[in-house]
Design a protein around this ligand. Structure first.
Ligand code: PLP
Ligand code: COI
Length: 342
């Protein structure tokens, strides 16, 4: 199958419609067998649970073309597991893991023409999501749900690619203790929109959310986890029960420790420590790894020694190793790469 004639190198992170999407419906206590459809529209009742009380969750992962021309996905099993956790927390039915991975593979196969070629900097973003489709008026869970996976070729999440970001400490909170910060619920993102719009208007790339209980600890941004590198080269990532357990961050901890031989720490990170770090970055499927050059805390600038032009050396090593694994330039740890036979 021929690839589409797309200007792959100039794609930004946005939705482009592709030919196929996977759709499965849950009714009367069971999932149907699912279909691959060419219709991009969703038709649901005007009172569907998702429209009234935001009963919905999603995932994000990518398919890549490797250096030797294979088509692969990165750790889709972890997305399936995390989505199962999101569904349970939102009283939604879990879509079985084996079917989830099989549907992802088949969707990539069917949309092969949209998988960006190797070396273009673009990837095929895969977005599994589930929503309450039956009518709900009183506050309770719906009875019927739809699970979909869409695919869209994407470029870099941040407009300047991997130029260091300027992030502000945010006065709004993202997640409450014992709330839903650790799951990928659409509602977490809806309530972050005011804060990100305001951040952009003020000239910042992203928000640094603090823990809402004490407002002293670093949590994450609206769409990525933080990584830090200490002056003696230790990789530190914030530990919190109210942040999303990022697949990228968990992979980087492994890469740092087992492949690069670094000391790694997952621990609480206090805002007061920020000035002590040598490097800072954000990481996620969409963000990959993007360096942070500066954090602004109510006018006080915390500038990381790695500066505002390039990625710091340790962040770069982590970035090269992770993307090397994803693009098939280096051997992957067992079970990380799922090949899609075309
Ligand atoms: N944190 C938030 C709030 C996110 O939305 C994401 C994106 O999925 C991440 C972190 C990064 O997670 P992952 O590496 O699994 O994409
Ligand atoms: C992802 O990285 O896959 C996400 O879902 C984050 C979102 C902000 C695009």
């Amino acid at each position: 199958m021929e690839k589409k004639n797309i200007d792959w190198g100039n794609l930004s992170f946005g939705y482009s419609q592709t030919d196929y999407r996977f759709i499965a419906n849950y009714e009367n206590g069971a999932w149907d067998e699912g279909t691959f459809s060419t219709d991009p529209n969703v038709v649901i009742n005007e009172c569907a649970g998702v429209l009234q009380y935001c009963q919905a969750c999603f995932e994000g992962l990518k398919a890549y073309t490797t250096e030797d021309g294979r088509t692969v996905m990165f750790r889709p099993d972890l997305n399936a597991d995390r989505m199962a956790g999101s569904c349970e927390r939102l009283v939604m039915p879990v879509f079985p893991k084996e079917r989830y991975i099989e549907a992802l593979k088949e969707l990539v196969r069917k949309n092969y023409a949209y998988v960006p070629p190797y070396g273009t900097g673009a990837t095929l973003y895969l977005r599994p999501y589930m929503f309450a489709s039956s009518p709900v008026l009183g506050v309770h869970s719906a009875d019927s749900f739809q699970f979909r996976i869409i695919a869209s070729p994407v470029g870099p999440y941040f407009k300047n690619g991997i130029k260091p970001l300027t992030i502000r400490v945010c006065d709004f909170d993202r997640a409450a203790p014992h709330g839903t910060g650790h799951i990928k619920a659409g509602l977490n993102y809806a309530m972050s929109l005011f804060a990100i719009t305001d951040a952009h208007e003020q000239g910042f790339d992203e928000n640094m959310y603090l823990d809402s209980a004490t407002r002293t600890k670093v949590e994450e941004t609206g769409g990525a986890n933080f990584i830090f590198v200490t002056k003696d080269g230790t990789l530190v990532t914030p530990k919190s029960s109210t942040i999303l357990p990022s697949v990228t961050r968990r992979s980087l901890l492994y890469v740092g420790e087992k492949i690069l031989g670094m000391k790694v720490e997952e621990r609480e990170v206090y805002k007061e420590e920020l000035a002590d770090f040598a490097e800072c970055g954000v990481c996620g499927t969409a963000a990959v790894i993007c360096p942070v050059g500066k954090v602004v805390d109510h006018g006080k600038e915390i500038c990381f020694p790695s500066g505002m032009t390039d990625m710091g050396p340790v962040t770069k090593k982590l970035y090269d190793t992770l993307t090397g694994i994803q693009m098939g330039r280096r051997e992957a740890p067992e079970g990380w790469i799922y090949e899609v036979e075309i």
